[in-house]
Ligand binder design. Structure first.
Ligand SMILES: [Fe+2]
Length: 377
């Protein structure tokens, strides 16, 4: 089996001297990777594997609690945008969304995701921990800027906020610097994206799948979808299973982190697609139980028989500010027009549609997307 891999972008090179020629080369590489793949790996020597481990351990402990305890942390009245979302709440938009099913139909059958038409909702749980700065102005979208939930259990409550903040900050720093690199790589002022997301309702969003219940081969943990935010960044999971689709070829890529070292995975979301006029497309992805997942389950059960068998993904969703006016940036829009015709396709099919990117507030775009995935009435 051929194993396509993702470009690796070195954040250290950029941080050492953002205006150096080598930083510019690296920045262009980042922009090109997002245009071609909708995803990339970031090397950041500040990211600590110990912090990731501490974080994963705490989230495993959290989701190992009984259902009734977890339910106390649900906030449906806030569209689940803080606190916990339990399994079988979120539907992959694709299962109910015509254009998305079309994308799947047009993929080479060998490259298609697992069939989601009979699958919904997702058997995954999630916790949203807000990491945005409150805007210093009146926001039109206060519901998406609500206070965080801290679990009540004694073994969690004292370490919760500090652990979330520590891991979340390292992901937030990395993704904000990567956003600067992307802006430079696209020929824009360095702060373009970072400023647009200064008051974004960023979310540290660890996702949990119970591998005792959902650990058999070809179980869909998260069905084929794209993310609604600007950029998503993940640390290394203890269990493989994330597949992404390269936007230029429609080929499925099983995400593999280099075996050692400090790496993060970044994916483009819908807000970046919108702002770039489709030059960078939100990356499709799924999480499934495959042979590598099952191998990892066996290894983990024998090495750590006392630990809960829960797959945690240490996801962080970086958003644009809710009140930001979302409209394609003219220079990117022009580039999208020039290149889409022959290069930017999904599974060999051009998916360009100018009407996909009408101007709107970011908060409106988020609400539209949440309705599709059944998190908002
Ligand atoms: Fe996702």
């Amino acid at each position: 089996m051929s194993m396509p891999t993702l470009p690796v972008i070195d954040l250290d090179v950029f941080r050492a001297n953002p205006s150096s020629p080598s930083a510019l080369v690296e920045s262009k590489k980042a922009a090109e990777a997002l245009i071609a793949y909708g995803a990339l790996l970031v090397h950041d020597s500040r990211v600590s594997e110990d912090d990731n481990s501490t974080f994963l351990d705490m989230i495993e402990d959290y989701f190992a609690q009984p259902q009734e305890i977890l339910q106390e942390d649900e906030r449906p009245e806030l569209s689940y945008q803080v606190g916990v979302t339990l399994e079988n709440t979120e539907k992959p938009k694709c299962a109910v969304h015509e254009p998305c099913l079309d994308v799947i139909a047009r993929l080479d059958p060998a490259e298609r995701p697992l069939d989601i038409t009979a699958h919904n909702p997702d058997p995954k749980c999630r916790f949203f921990w807000r990491m945005g700065e409150m805007p210093p102005y009146d926001t039109e979208f206060p519901g998406l800027n609500a206070p965080n939930v801290v679990p009540k259990a004694a073994h969690l409550r004292d370490r919760w906020a500090s652990t979330m903040e520590k891991w979340g900050s390292s992901m937030k720093n990395a993704v904000e610097e990567l956003a600067e690199m992307c802006a430079i790589g696209l020929g824009l002022p360095r702060e373009t994206f970072r400023e647009a997301g200064k008051y974004g309702p960023h979310l540290l969003a660890p996702t949990a799948s119970d591998l005792v219940k959902y650990g058999s081969k070809d179980t869909i943990l998260a069905g084929f979808h794209t993310d609604l935010n600007f950029l998503t960044i993940h640390g290394r999971s203890r269990y493989p299973g994330l597949n992404i689709w390269a936007r230029n070829t429609g080929k499925r890529i099983a995400v593999k982190f280099p075996p050692t070292g400090r790496y993060l995975l970044v994916q483009a979301g819908k807000q970046l697609e919108h702002l770039s006029g489709g030059l960078i497309k939100a990356g499709f992805h799924e999480v499934v139980v495959n042979d590598a997942t099952i191998e990892a389950i066996k290894r983990r059960s024998s090495e750590h028989p006392d630990r809960p068998l829960i797959r945690i993904s240490s996801t962080f969703f970086w958003h644009l500010s809710s009140d930001f006016d979302l409209a394609p940036i003219p220079s990117l829009d022009e580039l999208a027009r020039k290149t889409n015709a022959d290069e930017i396709t999904v599974g060999g099919v051009i998916v360009e549609d100018r009407s996909l990117y009408p101007p709107m507030k970011v908060g409106q775009q988020v609400q539209n997307e949440l309705k599709h995935i059944a998190l908002m009435a």
